[in-house]
Design a protein around this ligand. Structure first.
Ligand SMILES: [Mg+2]
Length: 379
């Protein structure tokens, strides 16, 4: 089965409410829809994560696409890394794995969808079979002020989420008020916090001490990821379990994080690893260290939720409260299946490929929004 065309459609998917986190307020999710067409009429669909803006990633994708045309959909492993060496690294940007991975992940992931659809099997079977029938997701608490966040937290507990996840790094007093307010309405829920690299060592130690009475299950990446395992090791003495997010993109970085015992969990998305193969390699390294891996979410749609659900089903050390992002959108791109977790879990689709149907009208509207605004950063 040969690749005949790869279509790229830039999309800007608006959030239903302002998204507050350590780096400010974000209003929309930018993605590039990737559709790999084949000579057998099968179309593999995925999306590339975008950053910092859509246009440079589109330019890289358009440079890469000719390398794939006329080649077999079963050669993704070779084609992706041939292009990395000859089309990317050879131009002097070999250290830019993160940009490469987030850009090219859409093609790698769409090829798995095409293979699954071609043989009539879900992607988890293409990857060797599922270990999980359903995948767990955390309740992602949204809002600006503590009272808004607490009200949403109470609602998520009512909906049956066993784990809640809250963004911090918005100022110490506000952070503490948010956690206090949430604990008042959700005293027993497993609570995870993410400060998105906002704190230096001293501030992190001070904040973790103040947060201890609130029974924090995991503190995610409170210090800059560029500091790697060393930055997390410096705050280990606080005694709060830590997870690594921005510290870790590559399997090599997972190895280092596990080797140094700097993190208790690894948070890693399929766009960050350039797709399913390297995400599973990273998961296997963490498994060898008895460390669980959490499917990271970033600015994305339900397409990525469906992908993570399939690929995540194949690894034994998958976390039970992964990140889910599509619900933040005013309108998702998925027509079916329903991606609303029940008691915090989504079943793993048994349909061919990733098992989703796109809402083409929603895609057209998100493309219109891109053409209108062409930017995702609030001003
Ligand atoms: Mg994070």
């Amino acid at each position: 089965m040969k690749i005949t065309k790869i279509r790229t459609t830039p999309l800007l998917c608006k959030f239903k409410q302002d998204y507050h986190w350590a780096d400010g307020v974000t209003l929309s999710s930018p993605v590039v829809l990737i559709e790999v067409e084949t000579d057998e009429g099968v179309v593999g669909i995925a999306e590339s994560g975008v950053g910092p803006t859509i246009e440079p990633m589109l330019a890289i994708l358009h440079d890469a696409i000719p390398h794939f045309i006329g080649k077999s959909v079963f050669d993704g492993n070779k084609l992706i890394w041939d292009y990395f060496r000859s089309g990317f690294k050879a131009r002097g940007v070999g250290s830019q794995y993160r940009l490469f991975s987030r850009t090219m992940s859409g093609i790698e992931l769409a090829l798995w969808d095409a293979i699954g659809k071609c043989i009539g099997q879900p992607v988890y079977n293409v990857l060797g079979g599922a270990l999980h029938e359903k995948i767990g997701y955390f309740g992602f608490v949204q809002g600006d002020r503590p009272e808004e966040l607490a009200a949403h937290a109470a609602q998520l507990v009512q909906e049956g989420y066993p784990v809640l996840y809250v963004k911090l790094g918005r100022g110490d007093a506000l952070d503490l008020a948010i956690v206090k307010a949430i604990r008042q309405v959700a005293p027993d829920v497993r609570l995870r916090l993410d400060a998105n690299e906002a704190w230096d060592t001293l501030r992190a130690l001070r904040m973790l001490e103040k947060l201890k009475p609130y029974d924090i299950e995991i503190m995610e990446q409170p210090v800059p990821g560029v500091g790697g395992s060393e930055a997390l090791l410096r705050i280990r003495s606080a005694g709060v379990p830590l997870s690594a997010d921005q510290s870790v993109y590559l399997p090599e970085e997972v190895f280092e994080m596990c080797r140094t015992r700097a993190a208790d969990a690894i948070v890693l998305g399929l766009h960050e690893t350039c797709g399913a193969l390297r995400w599973r390699k990273a998961a296997a390294i963490a498994e060898a260290a008895n460390v669980r891996i959490n499917i990271h979410g970033i600015f994305e749609t339900g397409i990525t939720t469906c992908i993570g659900n399939q690929v995540g089903a194949t690894v034994p050390n998958l976390d039970d409260a992964n990140q889910i992002m599509w619900q933040l959108l005013e309108e998702d791109l998925i027509e079916s299946p329903s991606l609303t977790p029940v008691n915090g879990f989504l079943p793993v689709s048994k349909k061919p490929g990733y098992g989703f149907e796109l809402n083409r009208d929603a895609v057209a509207r998100a493309h219109e929004e891109y053409l209108k605004r062409r930017t995702w950063a609030p001003v």
